[in-house]
Design a binder for this molecule. Structure first.
Ligand code: A2P
Length: 279
């Protein structure tokens, strides 16, 4: 149902992904991921820290869709930073997902100057493990998540540059500096919480615009991400919403409305700040 974008290494990536942050492990995760695949999603985004990789893997196997037709992303957690730990974390993730390769593997959060004097070195060591796994053909693409330009800069001097940066991105939370840095460097922006963890759905500006197109605010946010060149990862555990969130290919937001949304003030979101986060 979704079309594909291309990463700079020519790998194709379905232009909407199914988010699973805050999806409880077990039956809920299995049912919602199966509903997503049934609805037409071919791109599933998980992480070791979400604690639901086993259920995501189970849903994938039970979906009946061949592994090669799916695009699976996971992420290495903060406690596994560094070369050896990242290699081990990757094996654990594969085991939990029940697959022998990943389409995309990301560093979940940068090590920060506020936490570590040698933060840049730590990120580079984690990145070296990602690079080796990529070169060995265990992962089809590698990238980062929640990285600001200052975190990305040292990685841009290495042999294999990040292909993706997955950041919080929704109306009122556009992270302009990070997005333009990534665009200049050929790094695709993936948008986590494109609905602002659901908080955007009650925004009156968005409600008024969505009404004009006879669409929901969720549709508007997802479509807005795509028209701004980012790849949205909407999350839901509700089968009707999961399917409905893919209905974004039958309308186009006008230039004027894009401008209005692009100029919106912060309205809410996760509240997580990559610059000061300490976990
Ligand atoms: P639920 O998972 O209970 O269905 P984000 O992707 O920005 O993190 O937002 C996820 C939140 O938005 C979840 O609370 C999810 O609820 C809710 N949500 C997702 N899609 C829709 C939709 N189409 N309509 C209303 N709420 C939605």
């Amino acid at each position: 149902k979704t079309s594909a974008l291309r990463l700079y290494n020519s790998i194709e990536i379905p232009c909407i992904g199914f988010g699973t942050w805050q999806t409880p492990d077990g039956e809920t995760a299995v049912t919602s991921v199966k509903a997503a695949i049934e609805a037409g999603y071919r791109h599933i985004d998980t992480a070791a820290a979400y604690g639901n990789e086993e259920s995501v893997g189970k849903a994938i196997r039970e979906s009946g869709i061949p592994r090669a037709e799916l695009f699976i992303t996971s992420k290495v957690w903060n406690t596994d930073r560094g070369y050896e730990s990242t290699l081990q974390a990757f094996e654990k993730t594969l085991e939990k997902l029940g697959t022998d390769y990943l389409d995309l593997y990301l560093i979940h959060w940068p090590a920060n100057p506020t936490q570590f004097e040698d933060w840049a070195h730590i990120n580079l060591e984690t990145w070296r493990a990602m690079t080796d796994l990529y070169k060995a053909g265990r992962i089809r693409a590698i990238g980062v998540s929640n990285f600001l330009p200052k975190h990305l800069a040292p990685l841009m001097e290495t042999e294999v540059k990040p292909m993706v940066n997955q950041i919080e991105y929704h109306p009122g939370q556009m992270q302009e500096e990070t997005v333009s840095y990534c665009k200049e460097n050929g790094i695709l922006i993936e948008a986590w919480s494109p609905l602002g963890t659901g908080k955007m759905l009650s925004n009156e500006t968005l409600m008024a615009i969505a009404e004009k197109y006879n669409k929901s605010v969720a549709h508007l946010c997802i479509r807005w991400c795509m028209q701004n060149g980012t790849l949205p990862l909407p999350k839901s555990i509700t089968p009707s919403r999961i399917a409905d969130n893919l209905e974004v290919f039958d309308f186009e937001i006008s230039e004027e409305d894009m401008k209005t949304i692009n100029q919106m003030e912060y309205f809410g979101g996760s509240g997580l700040n990559p610059d000061t986060i300490d976990f």
